[in-house]
Design a protein around this ligand. Structure first.
Ligand SMILES: Nc1ncnc2c1ncn2[C@@H]1O[C@H](COP(=O)(O)OP(=O)(O)OP(=O)(O)O)[C@@H](O)[C@H]1O
Ligand SMILES: [Mg+2]
Length: 347
């Protein structure tokens, strides 16, 4: 079937008020988009269905199985930001050799669960990613999901960490139970938010309870479910909790070699060319102290500016404007106070 066939079916069933067939066709179209690597379109359609389901004025018998299933799904959707499949792979992430090798090992282990189980060896499935902002922690979680071809549940820790006594642990347990129904990845971003519970309760009782719940959830985590937690404030995390992670990956600001790789990666599918060698090495030196994210931002903005200036001046030059780039790097450093104060790198 082609895209137009699916759209025709959707229009037909929509006009006929045939909800079941309409949903079936929509789901087929989502699969079609996923198979043709149009992930964004698939995600958008999925969330349209999700939203519509919430507001569907369908009468449901209170106490029926359907009623409890609906209630459960509504609760879970408030705790999970997103569930998606990732197209990222290891070639999208730049890091030092040690980090890449540890990451590969983690992926390999989780691709070989049956083999490890056969030899009664434990599977490392709890991973902590820490380091400064904009250095690839979230990106690494997408890479793992893409390499392992597993769905990823992104947990909304802001919504889960509740000031209501006892609620946070319960919420976390609900999400873990739901996600563990399939081979999946649970991604908890801003894991340090758990430390904020200290502020809600003077004697730290609630935080201890939540930490205990997480310790239990970790202990009983099925070997085919992966938990990835990310933080840029590792020091805020409870010691006992830190010890429970099987693998601890430290992300750092890029060195010259990584900056070079990042520039190549960013320009890999573009017509724009790098500045000449000497200019490029000046740029690379100037970028030191900035995160991958900031460097990429200055490059993308330079490319945009070069393109628009060329259009205005009717020029056809497609090399990245060196002077503009240097200016943007300086601006970024100033905004982040890099070089004026020591770079805050909590690890
Ligand atoms: N190591 C990296 N390799 C390639 N690109 C990177 C890397 N780190 C960051 N980027 C680029 O910067 C973007 C933002 O990075 P990411 O969200 O992974 O940072 P983070 O470490 O999770 O930051 P934060 O702590 O603020 O959440 C990525 O989508 C990617 O475009
Ligand atoms: Mg992040």
């Amino acid at each position: 079937m082609t895209q137009i066939n699916y759209i025709q079916e959707i229009a037909k069933f929509g006009l006929m008020n045939d909800t079941d067939s309409l949903l079936k066709s929509l789901n087929e179209l989502i699969d079609f988009y996923k198979n043709s690597k149009k992930n964004n379109l698939a995600l958008k359609l999925q969330s349209v269905i999700k939203d519509a389901k919430q507001y569907q004025g369908k009468l449901t018998k209170v106490g029926s199985d359907y009623y409890f299933q609906q209630r459960n799904e509504k609760e879970i959707s408030e705790l999970v930001i997103d569930k998606f499949r990732s197209e990222y792979s290891l070639k999208d992430l730049i890091a030092d050799k040690i980090l890449i090798s540890d990451l590969k090992q983690f992926i390999k282990e989780n691709q070989s669960v049956s083999l490890l189980q056969k030899h009664e060896l434990p599977v490392s499935n709890k991973l902590l990613l820490h380091g400064p902002s904009g250095c690839g922690k979230t990106l690494a979680s997408y890479v793992i999901a893409g390499e392992l071809e597993r769905p990823m549940y992104v947990i909304n820790l802001g919504a889960i960490v509740s000031s209501k006594l006892g609620e946070t642990g319960k919420n976390l347990a609900k999400v873990f139970k739901y996600a563990s129904q399939e081979e999946s990845i649970i991604f908890i971003d801003e894991f340090d938010s758990i430390g904020k519970l200290r502020d809600y309760n003077q004697d730290h009782g609630e935080m201890k309870r939540v930490v205990n719940t997480i310790l239990q959830l970790f202990d009983f985590l099925p070997e085919r479910t992966i938990v990835i937690a990310a933080t840029n404030q590792e020091k805020m995390i409870d010691e006992a909790l830190l010890r429970r992670f099987d693998v601890n990956l430290k992300f750092s600001l890029p060195g010259e070699e990584q900056i070079k790789e990042l520039i190549n990666l960013t320009l890999r599918n573009s017509k724009f060319q790098k500045p000449a060698d000497q200019e490029l090495s000046t740029v690379i030196k100037k970028c030191k102290g900035l995160s991958y994210y900031s460097i990429q931002k200055t490059l993308v903005n330079t490319v945009k500016k070069t393109l628009l200036d060329n259009l205005e001046n009717k020029k056809v030059d497609i090399s990245v404007n060196f002077k503009v780039w240097l200016e943007l790097i300086e601006k970024e450093k100033k905004a982040l106070k890099v070089g004026h104060y020591p770079i805050k790198c909590v690890s």
